[in-house]
Structures are given as C-alpha cells and as structure tokens.
Design a protein. Sequence first.
Length: 115
Amino acid sequence: MTSETNRRLRDALEACESIGQSTTGMDLAAFVADRDVRDAVIYRLIVLAEALTHLARVDPETAGRVPALRQIVATRNRVVHAYHAVDDKIVWDIVRRRLPDLHATLVALLEEPVG
C-alpha cells in the first residue's frame, strides 16, 4: 500500500469515526433538531467522498474494494450541488445503516499487511 493510499483510507476512516462520535446517542429527531451536528455530519460525508474519490485516482484496485464507492460520491455531489434539497432522513439512514459497514471495510483495508 502506498503512503497516498494509506492517507486517503485514513482520511475516510477519520470522517466515519467523526460522524459516529457526533451522532452517538441520537435518534433522527435529535439529529434533525441539532443543526450543528447535522452540518458537521454533512461536512464529514463530503470529506469522506473526497477521500474516496482521490483513492480511486491513486489506487483504483483498492478503491474497487470499497462497497458503494460510486453511491458515496454521488451522495456527496447531491449534498454539494443540491444542498437545498438534502433530505435529513436519507442522511440519517446513511449514518445508521451504511457507515458502520464502510467503517469496517476501511479498518480491514488499513490492517492488511503491506507487500
């Protein structure tokens, strides 16, 4: 694994972990009510997608092992370009249902032996 691959995977992992820490103990209603947390989560989703986009450029093979990479990037594009139409329920679903598996994948990729 190159240092650039490692860096991008770590950036993505850090974004996942930050989202998890920010939303611990919350439900959808609390998430929607707390604009600061909501904004932080959306920002971290953007960082996550950017890290994976760069990963795909520098190491397409590793990126190909990240499930739903294209959907993650598409979500980032929607959040950035259609910010006025962001659906809090969809964001919450991503946080609760999709990020745990992504987190596990990123950890596994980073734990693989080099060489």
